[in-house]
Design a protein around this ligand. Structure first.
Ligand SMILES: Cc1cc2nc3c(=O)[nH]c(=O)nc-3n(C[C@H](O)[C@H](O)[C@H](O)COP(=O)(O)O)c2cc1C
Length: 175
């Protein structure tokens, strides 16, 4: 089983990079799966302007960037979405990247690691509605990181209990 850890923020100086690395470092020792960081920023997925609905495109996309993105997602059996919360919802660039392809997500498992002032819970709950359209299997257990108590002056510094929460998420995702 291959699990893609998707870093869903593409901002300069994003917090998501450290969070994604922490997820990877914890997960990589976990037996029964291999893990890969899929850094959305590195794919430069353009804004979706194609006249063809991605779900109907038979994986034939208009740009090399979307094709690369499609292949990376196709290669995974499950995902961990590392997602910030923007304006009480999912981040636009990440949603655009999800929208830009289609069958690559279908019927796969997904778990959520979120962060924000209110621990990113609103982003997670919005994601659940989105991934339902791909018949994805969303994991109940989440890691919800707080901007004030899981981050310090030096950046990401998760509370001790977060490790256990991430392990519980991995157990549900991988079994
Ligand atoms: C456009 C924008 C909207 C935001 N809205 C929220 C919000 O609604 N709730 C929240 O908890 N944090 C919000 N934040 C703060 C982010 O949680 C914080 O900046 C976090 O570091 C963003 O993740 P990133 O650095 O990986 O992009 C917002 C940040 C941005 C850039």
């Amino acid at each position: 089983m291959k699990v893609g850890i998707i870093i869903g923020s593409i901002r300069e100086g994003r917090a998501g990079e450290q969070v994604g690395q922490w997820v990877f470092d914890t997960a990589k020792g976990y037996e029964g799966a291999e893990f890969e960081i899929i850094d959305l920023k590195s794919f430069n997925v353009p804004l979706l302007t194609s006249p063809t609905v991605p779900g109907m495109a038979n994986r034939q996309y208009d740009s090399a960037e979307v094709t690369n993105w499609s292949r990376a997602i196709d290669a995974c059996d499950a995902f961990i979405f590392v997602t910030p919360e923007y304006n009480h919802g999912v981040p636009g660039a990440f949603k655009n990247a999800v929208d830009s392809i289609g069958p690559e997500w279908q019927n796969k498992k997904v778990a959520f690691v979120a962060y924000g002032a209110a621990n990113g819970v609103r982003a997670i709950e919005q994601w659940r509605g989105v991934v339902a359209n791909f018949n994805m299997w969303d994991i109940r257990t989440t890691v919800e990181l707080n901007l004030f108590t899981d981050f310090g002056d030096e950046g990401f510094a998760p509370q001790e209990r977060r490790q256990g929460e991430l392990t519980a998420l991995l157990e549900q995702l991988i079994g």
